[in-house]
Unconditional design. Structure first.
Length: 214
């Protein structure tokens, strides 16, 4: 048998990374660094876990985030109330087992409640739109008012973006307006392209993913 190098498996987003291409935490991502004030970043490498539990139950109380809101827990996980009895947990790449373990712990402690967890990391696409003009960009592809009055920092909702069912989380970064957009993997490249097109008049740039990314 001949000798040779065995390459580590590399995960790939449905959104093709613009060059230079680098590998971070086992994911192929863009190494590009944007210089402008409006950016869109492919955040698909983030750990994404969906949790379901009874509304008003003890597990829901421990998750401590109501439907329509998002907040970080002490471990830095972003927990979003994606629907009644439904939460989306987002964390740094590779954290999916820990997020699943958290849900399993809830199920073990509250056996009378039906609690389920689904690893969505490789089945969904996630992107971040950041900058002062981000709300104006979304206004071109989304009928929901994403301004401060209706969707302040920490708002979470599901709506149509460019005719595509999308979860949106307002997650400002260091005081800068920022939105996370979460959709089915098969639609990721399309949605990313629509955001680039909508932001072209505002000078939007692609910014590469960096860890921890959330």
């Amino acid at each position: 048998m001949g000798s040779g190098c065995v390459s580590e498996p590399v995960a790939r987003s449905p959104i093709g990374p613009p060059p230079p291409v680098v590998v971070i935490d086992g994911w192929e991502v863009s190494g590009r660094r944007a210089r402008g004030g409006l950016t869109v970043t492919d955040c698909t490498p983030l750990a994404k876990v969906g949790v379901r539990a009874p509304v008003g139950g003890r597990a829901a109380a421990e998750l401590a985030v109501p439907f329509g809101r998002a907040a970080r827990d002490p471990a830095g996980t972003l927990v979003a109330g994606a629907g009644p009895g439904e939460w989306l947990l987002l964390a740094a790449p590779g954290r999916s087992p820990a997020l699943i373990g958290r849900a399993e712990d809830l199920a073990a402690r509250f056996p009378d409640e039906l609690i389920t967890a689904t690893d969505l990391t490789h089945g969904r696409a996630l992107m971040r739109l950041t900058g002062p003009s981000a709300a104006e960009v979304l206004a071109k592809v989304c009928g929901i008012d994403t301004g401060d009055g209706i969707t302040p920092d920490g708002a979470a909702f599901r709506t149509s973006v460019a005719a595509l069912a999308t979860d949106i989380i307002r997650d400002d970064n260091g005081g800068e307006r920022s939105y996370l957009l979460h959709c089915e993997r098969s639609s990721g490249a399309y949605l990313f392209g629509e955001l680039l097109a909508a932001g072209s008049e505002f000078g939007i740039e692609t910014d590469g993913f960096t860890t921890p990314g959330i």
